[in-house]
Design a protein around this ligand. Sequence first.
Ligand code: SAM
Length: 214
Amino acid sequence: MPGIKAKVPSAFKKHRPDHPHKPIPIMRLVEIAHQEASKHLKPGDFAIDATVGNGADTSFLAEKVGATGRVYGFDIQSIAIDITTFALKTRKLLKQVTFFQESHAHMLDRIPQAEHGQIHAILFNLGYLPHGDKSIITRKDSTLVALGQSLTLLAPGGVISVLAYRGHEGGEDESDAVLAWTRSLDPDRYSISIHEGELPQRKGPVLTLIRSIS
Ligand code: SAM
């Protein structure tokens, strides 16, 4: 099994980039993220898609929480919200989704106070919109702000999933910053697992799962 489940900081010793394990294709990393989120979500729950993009993650979350739940979706690009609105409408999943066309760095202000500490899954899929403008990317500083806010929003026993890409400019730096941030978390409160994607020389994607220990 390429992903190793462990508490920080020992997890990081085991997940050095030169660690000789078999890398995982990107789509498999998305599947792993969804499988993990599925374990934490049931109908009626709250979830956040921190980077809506083409809507695959939003649709997945909307299906899981059902018509009685709610998904909050953030993206700075109107095109991402438009594409995803269309996809959700087609699948009759739009009713349970609320969009914010703004940075996920504002999620704490946007999510109703009564739901703070009640969000069971928060997904980040970083980088740029596939088939979109590759100059519009997530940035290390706002990503770290949003991750910090996610801890306040997360329900006991919930999960934060971060899929980071290292192939574009700034991506490796952002990915390293995410890993450093997870290293700073209290290992008695959060368990971390890291799954490295394929591509040589550290340029592949990395999936980090942060589970709150209830
Ligand atoms: N989750 C998406 C899916 O299932 O198709 C893929 C997301 S895509 C890799 C990354 C998205 O992050 C882009 O649509 C981009 O516009 C968005 N983005 C960039 N900076 C952002 C920010 N500060 N807050 C929210 N979204 C941002």
